[in-house]
Design a protein around this ligand. Structure first.
Ligand code: 6PG
Length: 241
């Protein structure tokens, strides 16, 4: 099931997406599960993380009883502003007091010798924690239809392993990255897309059309139960055309 929500502003988009995300976490915790989620990078990450932190009390979600992962990460030094985990730590996990045992960062370039090693270690961590399906995976969307660090035309899109893969020469800087594979993204109960701006309208439209995943990786991602698309009017402007 694909749910589409179009908002007039980026702030409204992120607030709505955060509430959708929190409702799923509340349901999981009410059912006695400790949810594992995967966060995203990108320009909407900061406002989304802030809205999750602010909305958690009203949603009845204990953020410290969630395991936090990332759909992709840049292979740069730990603490670098380029890392996706920096935003989440600053806007959400730090202020919420999430224990470090529940924060699963991708190994950084100053902690392991290669991006391949980082991908292998992340894959091992997923197995160690028995993550056989995320509760929610949050994904931004690139203008070319990439999700996480799975880029059109790249072999990682077709990787069927249940883990993380190394990315070299990423078309989006920085060049070295680690990404979860499509099978892992699709193991999620719920997938939440967030995208804003008319620059994403073609990718949003392509993601809603049939065709090869290699051309538009976003079109190959869907949750086992549901997929929510939170867009602003610019990003939604080519839908239904
Ligand atoms: C990353 C992200 C990436 C991002 C999209 C959208 O590491 O860069 O995970 O997948 O979500 O590129 O980013 P923008 O919203 O900034 O366009």
């Amino acid at each position: 099931m694909k749910d589409l929500y179009v908002h007039p502003t980026t702030d409204a988009l992120c607030t709505g997406a955060a509430r959708w995300f929190l409702r799923r976490l509340a349901a999981a915790q009410a059912a006695g599960r400790t949810p594992h989620v995967a966060l995203t990078g990108g320009s909407l990450a900061d406002p989304f993380h802030r809205e999750v932190r602010l909305g958690a009390p009203e949603a009845g979600v204990d953020l410290t009883r969630v395991h936090w992962w990332w759909g992709d990460e840049r292979f740069v030094a730990g603490g670098s502003e380029e890392r996706n985990d920096i935003s989440a730590m600053a806007e959400l996990l730090g202020p919420a007091g999430v224990p470090d045992s529940h924060v699963h960062r991708v190994p950084s370039s100053d902690a392991t010798e290669s991006v391949e090693s980082a991908a292998a270690l992340y894959t091992d961590a997923l197995a160690t924690h028995g993550v056989d399906g995320f509760e929610v995976v949050v994904l931004g969307l690139g203008p070319d239809g990439h999700v996480a660090s799975l880029f059109p035309g790249r072999h990682q899109v077709s990787d069927t392993t249940l883990g993380a893969v190394a990315v070299h020469d990423s078309p989006k800087p920085p060049p070295l990255r680690v990404s979860l594979t499509l099978p892992v993204l699709n193991s999620a109960r719920s997938v939440l897309f967030i995208a804003a701006g008319s620059g994403k309208s073609a990718a949003v439209a392509a993601a809603h059309q049939p065709g090869p995943a290699l051309d538009c990786p976003a079109r190959a991602v869907r949750g086992r139960v549901e997929t929510g698309w939170f867009l602003d009017e610019g990003a939604a402007s080519e839908l239904g055309t």
